[in-house]
Design a protein around this ligand. Structure first.
Ligand SMILES: *[C@@H]1O[C@H](CO)[C@@H](O)[C@H](O)[C@H]1NC(C)=O
Ligand SMILES: *[C@@H]1O[C@H](CO)[C@@H](O)[C@H](O)[C@H]1NC(C)=O
Ligand SMILES: *[C@@H]1O[C@H](CO)[C@@H](O)[C@H](O)[C@H]1NC(C)=O
Ligand SMILES: *[C@@H]1O[C@H](CO)[C@@H](O)[C@H](O)[C@H]1NC(C)=O
Ligand SMILES: *[C@@H]1O[C@H](CO)[C@@H](O)[C@H](O)[C@H]1NC(C)=O
Ligand SMILES: *[C@@H]1O[C@H](CO)[C@@H](O)[C@H](O)[C@H]1NC(C)=O
Ligand SMILES: *[C@@H]1O[C@H](CO)[C@@H](O)[C@H](O)[C@H]1NC(C)=O
Ligand SMILES: *[C@@H]1O[C@H](CO)[C@@H](O)[C@H](O)[C@H]1NC(C)=O
Ligand SMILES: *[C@@H]1O[C@H](CO)[C@@H](O)[C@H](O)[C@H]1NC(C)=O
Ligand SMILES: *[C@@H]1O[C@H](CO)[C@@H](O)[C@H](O)[C@H]1NC(C)=O
Ligand SMILES: *[C@@H]1O[C@H](CO)[C@@H](O)[C@H](O)[C@H]1NC(C)=O
Ligand SMILES: *[C@@H]1O[C@H](CO)[C@@H](O)[C@H](O)[C@H]1NC(C)=O
Length: 715
């Protein structure tokens, strides 16, 4: 038992920031210190800070005048948003198409000393949720919405409408079974504007919520039935509404009744933004709680605004919950009457009720694929700006730099992206690939580096591409040059000194090394390292030979530590082996990109290659042991049935051949370079020195096993 509790607590505190807990709950106490969590003493729910959910806003504590010992911790602090018209929380890892209850809580508590609660709007993604206008500074208020989520994330946005800075005290998300609240579907949600969810229990037990209600709905006591008597049952209730409204037994165990033949009360939305078109969805819950004597009859009609909702006189069932629900519209004041029939000997009763505002979900947002790509690009480059909420909609809050299409009744697509001078640093994100409708892409005047990825050339709608004034390097993909030449793409790549391929030969690109410095410092070090490497390799080679002789087979265990790729992965990485960048000792070499955008050279063993699996493994094995600044490092290998391949880091600034030819080595490497070429496109530095110091005879036998990577470009 103790263990169970410990395990449970462990899981409860395993809250990953930005994601639901093990029950699927997200419980955010807005405004508590970053990364702090605590367990609420009444509900046992673990609340987390808003880290990972939002990047903007500031934390505040409510005024000490409003601080009371009985105040729940989550109301004592809040997050407010002094900057920007729209600030959004993003709730992730949801299940698209599932039903959720989302609750935003507000306790103003005069935190800003202005003595006047602000008025602002709440949005769920693109859809308007409701206005927040709670004028009582010292009241807890919350607003629920039950909805079907259109994507696997949900954004709750606070929109400043010029009547004070928006703030929020708490944000909760609870998953609901899809059968629950059948009125809620993809096109219709239910909003609880005020705390219009009532039980009829005695006032000293005023709030029922989690864990009594596993869905964590908040039920408050209703005290507006004139001259009523509260009755309750202790016998267990049958939870027979599990599939529709799942009202917890603790709610149904209380009821209100009267000493007369009717219960009359009126309800008004007390919502300043309600109007004649506002539709409300009412649910009344009934269950008999008393043993009714055989001669007695409890029988009544349910009448809302003079309309009888029951078709036959209604008699509640003993300890079984039942409900009457319906939509009403167009009144400032709704009257509800429960009227005993002529045959009845007992007064009517009422156990619980809910009054929701019906809200259509109509607004179409950005295409989910585009939206996801934009959020990933934002994460990639850490763009802040006004990049919050849905990227394209509503149009007034479109993310800076975006140009979207707004087709009627269809999702918006991103047509243009002008991220010029956005301070973007690093490789061009692979997420641009997913913006399928993109026609215009301006990434100029940033600090983008690395090669221009191939996929840019495959964005079929692209008509304008500006990559100028960055630090991009390597060749311009052929597809881009081709489209630029045939006029289907306007391409700008100026101001990237390390780019080549358009007129400029890629061969000339190399690092300039100061000759004197090189001779004085680098050369001796390189010689030392080289010697060491050679001796080490020789030793390993001899050892390996001895070992192989002993064991009779070659194992791949030395490859541990580098990544094993499947052939399918390689296909993906190299975009189906589309860009060949050279020929190596045992087959072609292709350019590819890892998931993180890093460029790699993939050396594939061709069918015709004489080099077999053994030699392949030998190369891989040796390379995993070598770490040298002039040796390209092995990222991984592929040994997928007949497919053998090695994956290296890509060195776009030129191969070692360039270094050999370009720098002023004290050795006469020209001849050796030629020799290396002839011997099979070996381009490694140490081979040069190796030969120089007269170990030629070893070299030949050595080379058989050690296929030094002759990858990279071979011009
Ligand atoms: C909060 O937690 C995240 C990961 O859980 C961590 O990366 C971040 O640095 C933390 N921030 C602070 C201020 O502790
Ligand atoms: C906010 O509510 C108050 C009354 O509760 C009302 O007088 C006021 O007009 C409302 N403000 C807005 C902007 O709706
Ligand atoms: C959802 O409904 C199914 C079937 O009625 C039930 O097994 C499951 O426990 C329910 N889930 C929740 C969270 O209530
Ligand atoms: C959602 O429910 C409403 C009312 O029950 C109905 O009119 C509408 O067609 C439903 N929409 C969908 C998409 O099922
Ligand atoms: C409530 O009871 C009082 C006295 O018992 C009576 O005067 C009053 O009319 C009753 N109110 C209603 C609405 O029945
Ligand atoms: C209702 O009637 C019962 C018995 O007649 C009485 O004890 C009780 O006080 C009455 N309640 C109210 C609210 O008048
Ligand atoms: C209900 O009906 C009565 C008489 O039939 C009428 O006086 C009253 O205004 C009606 N109330 C509503 C809310 O329609
Ligand atoms: C609502 O209607 C009831 C009776 O029809 C009346 O007693 C009450 O004063 C009305 N309330 C409001 C706020 O108009
Ligand atoms: C009322 O009781 C009489 C006699 O018991 C019965 O005939 C009649 O159908 C009952 N009416 C209703 C509405 O139940
Ligand atoms: C968006 O694209 C349209 C058509 O391509 C163009 O007319 C408009 O100027 C662009 N808007 C911005 C802000 O770039
Ligand atoms: C993109 O933005 C930059 C700077 O904001 C601007 O100079 C440039 O003209 C824009 N490009 C287009 C085509 O609108
Ligand atoms: C390629 O070079 C030609 C002539 O040097 C130039 O007109 C063209 O703009 C260049 N293309 C790119 C994409 O830089």
């Amino acid at each position: 038992m103790k263990l169970c509790v410990a395990v449970l607590l462990f899981y409860m505190f395993q809250v990953i920031h930005g994601q639901p807990d093990y029950q699927g709950f997200i419980s955010i106490d807005c405004g508590i210190p970053l990364n702090s969590t605590y367990q609420d003493s009444i509900t046992n729910i673990v609340y987390v800070s808003d880290y990972g959910f939002i990047t903007t806003g500031e934390n505040r504590i409510i005024s000490s005048d409003y601080m009371e010992p009985s105040l729940a911790k989550r109301y004592s602090n809040l997050r407010f948003f002094p900057h920007g018209p729209r600030n959004c929380y993003t709730l992730r890892s949801l299940v698209m198409g599932n039903k959720y209850l989302v609750r935003a809580s507000f306790y103003y508590g005069n935190y800003d000393g202005l003595g006047k609660p602000p008025v602002f709007d709440l949005y769920l993604g693109t859809n308007y949720w409701h206005e927040v206008n709670y004028s009582d500074a010292g009241a807890f208020n919350w607003m629920d919405i039950i909805l079907v989520v259109p994507t696997d994330y949900l954004q709750v946005c606070l929109v400043n409408k010029g009547m004070g800075n928006p703030f929020i005290s708490g944000l909760d998300l609870r998953p609901l079974n899809t059968t629950l609240y059948p009125e809620v579907n993809a096109s219709q949600s239910l909003v609880l504007v005020n705390s219009n969810r009532f039980h009829m229990g005695p006032t000293d037990n005023s709030i029922i919520r989690y864990p009594s209600d596993p869905l964590d709905r908040i039920w408050t006591t209703y005290n507006a039935i004139p001259n009523c008597t509260k009755i309750s049952a202790t016998s267990p209730m049958h939870n027979n509404l599990r599939d529709v409204y799942d009202v917890p037994p603790s709610v149904m165990q209380n009821a209100a009744t009267v000493n007369s033949s009717r219960i009359d009360f009126s309800w008004n939305p007390s919502d300043p933004s309600a109007n004649i078109n506002s539709k409300y969805f009412f649910i009344f819950y009934f269950a008999e709680l008393q043993h009714v004597p055989s001669k007695a009859v409890r029988q009544f009609d349910i009448i809302v605004n003079n309309k009888t909702w029951n078709s036959r006189p209604y008699t509640p069932t003993f300890l079984f919950a039942n409900y009457f629900s319906g939509v009403v519209q167009g009144m400032e004041n709704y009257s509800v009457s429960l009227v005993a029939t002529k045959n009845a000997t007992l007064p009517p009763i009422l156990n619980a009720m809910e009054m929701y505002l019906v809200k259509p979900i109509t607004a179409v947002a950005t295409d989910p694929e585009d939206a996801r790509a934009m959020m990933a690009i934002q994460d990639n480059f850490g763009v802040v700006k006004n990049w919050m909420g849905d990227p394209c909609t509503p149009k007034t809050f479109i993310w800076r730099g975006l140009n979207c299409s707004y087709p009627p009744a269809n999702p918006s697509e991103i047509m243009g992206l002008n991220l010029s001078s956005f301070g973007l640093v690093g490789a061009i994100s692979t997420n641009f690939r997913d913006l399928k409708a993109l026609q215009y892409l301006d990434l100029s005047h940033n600090k983008l580096s690395g090669p221009i990825p191939n996929f840019i050339g495959e964005l079929s709608s692209l008509m304008f591409l500006d990559l100028s004034s960055n630090d991009l390097s390597g060749p311009i993909p052929y597809s881009l040059l081709q489209r630029s030449q045939n006029g289907s793409l306007s391409l700008r790549v100026g101001g990237n000194p390390n780019l080549c391929g358009n007129g400029t030969s890629c061969r000339t690109v190399r690092k300039k090394i100061n000759g004197t410095l090189l001779a004085a410092i680098v050369v001796p070090i390189v010689i030392a390292i080289t010697l060491f490497v050679i001796l080490f390799l020789l030793r390993q080679a001899l050892k390996g030979k001895a070992k192989r002789k002993a064991t009779g087979h070659e194992d791949g265990s030395a490859l541990l530590g580098s990544r094993e790729f499947s052939y399918k992965e390689l296909k993906h990485i190299t975009n189906n082996f589309s860009q060949e960048i050279g020929k190596g000792g045992f087959g072609p070499v292709f350019l590819g990109y890892l998931e993180n955008g890093n460029p790699v050279a993939v050396k594939v063993r061709s069918e015709s290659s004489s080099q077999g699996g053994k030699e392949f493994l030998a190369e891989a094995q040796h390379l995993t042991r070598i770490h040298h600044k002039n040796l390209v490092s092995l990222v991984g290998y592929c040994k997928d049935r007949n497919h053998l391949a090695l994956v290296y880091e890509y060195m776009p600034e030129g191969s070692l051949q360039d270094h050999l030819r370009g720098s002023s080595w004290p050795f006469k490497c020209g001849f050796l370079y030629w020799l290396i070429k002839v011997l099979g496109a070996l381009n490694q530095l140490y081979m040069c020195c190796f030969l120089k110091i007269g170990l030629q005879k070893h070299y030949i036998s050595f080379k058989r096993e050690l296929h030094i990577p002759s990858i990279i470009r071979d011009y």
